[in-house]
Design a protein around this ligand. Structure first.
Ligand code: C2E
Ligand code: CA
Ligand code: CA
Ligand code: CA
Length: 281
């Protein structure tokens, strides 16, 4: 290429090419990561606001990459959703989280009510085998359905709301609990919220973050709480980092809270220490 413009174009093109290669590389690595056991489940505690007791954990995936180190989900879940690997990763997470919770139940018989929440992507929810999969995992791990919560985002409902509602109803019949994740972001499903067989709304961190300093955000959370309670659903607020935020949640009657104020997501071994510490109080 001749001249500035042409050179710039070639450079830009090479940049694109490198980005594509990087993605392809990541994708190939991801395919092998499952066989090589490189995914790890981290656990973040979910607390009851009224008395500060530990109610359970949200399981969050991490990728322990041999060269790149610990990769957060934001860097590979979107790609896994595109190429379909999320179905395999998600299946592994479900099995892992259920088996872990069952082990904790055996180790801590005085904490029989602890639950584990697992994120389910839209693609996983709409997978034809999802129901038998979940039943199999519960049977094989021995965890009873009422100790499992599935977190589903509103976007999972967008493509085919009728089908999604049917699926959620079928899931509910297995007696597990359903949470509507990242509530308030994306398209709001206010028009059919009352039809969704969900047990709780999870208020997205972006609303919780500023609620102690921005009256609009506080009102927004208050409105969600009132709406949820009118419909007989409970509320979980995520991203609670400050005691001021927790105090507001208590005032608003929010049932559950999750965030760095209590703990970051930690390994299973560290989570076990949190169970032990909680039992002391
Ligand atoms: P999410 O489901 O909304 O999970 C909550 C995210 O907020 C987690 O990020 C958690 O570490 C972070 N978080 C919790 N408390 C605080 C806080 O007080 N402050 C701040 N700044 N952040 C907080 P993480 O683990 O990086 O996960 C990001 C997203 O990746 C999740 O968002 C979820 O959408 C997705 N994800 C994670 N694990 C899985 C999985 O196994 N399957 C699927 N489908 N998605 C997953
Ligand atoms: Ca979640
Ligand atoms: Ca969330
Ligand atoms: Ca979120």
């Amino acid at each position: 290429a001749k001249g500035q413009g042409g050179g710039g174009y070639v450079l830009f093109d090479r940049g694109m090419h490198e980005e594509a290669l990087r993605r392809l590389d990541l994708e190939l690595d991801m395919r092998r990561a499952l066989e090589k056991d490189q995914f790890e489940a981290y656990y973040q505690p979910i607390m009851r606001v009224a008395d500060g007791r530990l109610m359970g954990f949200e399981a969050l995936v991490r990728w322990n990459h041999p060269e790149r180190g610990l990769i957060p989900p934001a860097e590979f879940i979107p790609l896994a959703e595109e190429n379909g690997l999320i179905v395999h990763i998600g299946r592994w997470m479900l099995g892992e989280a259920c088996a872990q919770m069952r082990r904790w139940q055996r180790a801590f018989p005085r904490r029989p009510a602890l639950t584990v929440s697992v994120n389910l992507s839209a693609r996983q929810l709409l997978h034809p085998e999802i129901l038998p999969e979940i039943r199999r995992i519960l049977r094989e791990t021995g965890l009873s359905a009422r100790h499992l919560k599935l977190e589903i985002t509103e976007s999972a409902m967008l493509e085919d709301a009728e089908r999604a509602i049917e699926l959620l109803e079928a899931l509910k019949r297995t007696r597990l609990q359903l949470m509507l994740d990242d509530f308030g972001t994306g398209y709001s499903s206010l028009s059919y919220l009352h039809r969704l067989p969900i047990d709780a709304l999870k208020v997205d961190r972006s609303f919780v973050m500023h609620m102690h300093e921005r009256v609009e955000d506080r009102s927004f959370v208050e409105t969600i709480v009132n709406l949820a309670h009118t419909l007989g659903r409970s509320v979980v607020c995520e991203g609670v980092e400050l005691p001021e935020q927790e105090a507001l949640l208590r005032e608003l009657g929010v049932e559950y809270a999750q965030g760095y104020l209590y703990s970051r997501p930690v390994t299973a071994a560290q989570a076990e220490m949190l169970i032990i510490d909680d039992a002391v109080h």
